[in-house]
Write a protein that binds this ligand. Structure first.
Ligand code: MG
Length: 377
């Protein structure tokens, strides 16, 4: 290890300080054998919203192949990658894991088309839908499982990480988030999540698209030189290996190269920083890919956009989802008496369109289709 080992260990200086008192909205006693982040992780895992990820689309609708990723398996992959990286550079693994498991908890049914359409429907009421804000509403209000308080009472810093994992904001920019230290970068553990997410979906979407027969590995190798190197290595090391085995070799290699690039880029960006507070004060985020992996990641995203996300098969699924979400949203807004009792009660406290949005956003793909078919099918 030598010099590299020293550099890795030295990153522990930027680790989120565990000895700090971690405030929750409602004070709780210390747990005898779990730290605050382990408790937060467990609360996320035991929530309804987490379990529902199992039946929410990641990219491909369920049923295209027998092993297509859904949002739950995607979340587990993000958690695995983020924990490996956090552990390699001596950051807080429990904190990282809690954030990774929560990072997509606010996703509505049907992935990004679901999110875009809900947002479009809300804009007609001068309102909006955003999955990060929705995630906060879930853990602060909708997951009602304690007698003493609403929500699951996660630590402040985990909620801050949830709303900031993919973007920073200034005071007043998103008024409902003004309590979450606007203008400051989130801790390094939270910064890792967005990039671990990128490692996970870039590699997984190549894998799923290849597996569905939509994306030959040769095409990926031609568009992404870094993947081309992995392709050549696999050809040389395992000549004659079946295509799907070579694919596994390359996907495994890709995750490894991207995660290593994330470790390398982050260590380099952090070189001059001595304290976690400096991470927060820094004008830019510290977690980043090395230049070579940043470029590869961009090339993969471009390729996936052209060949997968905008492919006729995926566009067809998306259009169907968009039309149905619009129809069901408008049906409930016009006929709020069709909402379940607990949501009808909510209409006394907040506008109907917001309640309808909350209801639809919480649905799994399967429950959405069932409801749609009952009311409009
Ligand atoms: Mg994600």
């Amino acid at each position: 290890m030598g010099a590299q080992g020293d550099a890795l260990r030295a990153m522990s200086r930027l680790r989120f300080p565990q000895n700090r008192d971690l405030p929750r909205r409602y004070p709780e006693l210390v747990h005898p054998y779990r730290n605050d982040f382990q408790r937060d992780r467990d609360r996320v895992i035991h929530s309804h919203a987490f379990r529902r990820l199992e039946n929410k689309t990641q990219v491909f609708a369920a049923g295209r192949t027998d092993h297509t990723r859904n949002r739950l398996t995607h979340t587990l992959e993000v958690s695995q990658i983020a924990r490996s990286v956090a552990s390699a550079i001596s950051l807080d693994e429990d904190f990282t894991e809690a954030l990774a498991l929560a990072h997509d908890i606010g996703h509505p049914p049907f992935a990004h088309s679901g999110e875009q359409e809900l947002n479009r429907q809300m804009q007609a009421f001068q309102d909006r839908f955003d999955h990060n804000l929705h995630a906060l509403r879930i853990v602060e209000r909708f997951e009602h499982r304690y007698a003493r308080f609403p929500g699951i009472n996660l630590t402040f810093v985990v909620r801050e990480g949830m709303v900031k994992h993919s973007r920073d904001f200034e005071r007043g920019e998103i008024p409902e988030l003004d309590e979450f230290l606007p203008g400051l970068r989130p801790p390094l553990e939270a910064q890792l999540i967005d990039l671990a997410d990128e490692v996970a979906y870039n590699s997984a979407d190549i894998d799923d698209a290849h597996s569905a027969g939509m994306l030959p590995l040769e095409d990926v190798a031609a568009a992404v030189p870094l993947f081309g190197e992995l392709f050549e290595q696999a050809e040389m090391q395992y000549p004659g290996a079946p295509d799907h085995i070579r694919a596994f070799e390359m996907i495994r290699g890709l995750i490894n190269v991207l995660a290593s690039g994330l470790i390398e880029g982050t260590i380099e960006a952090a070189a001059a920083l001595q304290h976690p507070d400096e991470v927060r004060q820094h004008p830019e985020r510290i977690a980043r890919f090395s230049p070579a992996t940043a470029e590869a990641s961009l090339q993969i995203k471009q390729l996936l956009r052209e060949r997968v996300y905008h492919s006729p098969v995926v566009l067809e699924d998306r259009q169907r989802a968009t039309d149905r979400i619009a129809a069901l949203f408008q049906c409930f807004v016009k006929n709020p008496e069709l909402l379940p009792q607990n949501y009808r009660d909510e209409c006394d406290r907040q506008p109907v369109h917001r309640t309808v949005c909350d209801y639809i956003a919480g649905m799994t793909d399967g429950y959405f289709v069932k409801t749609y078919n009952q009311l409009l099918g």
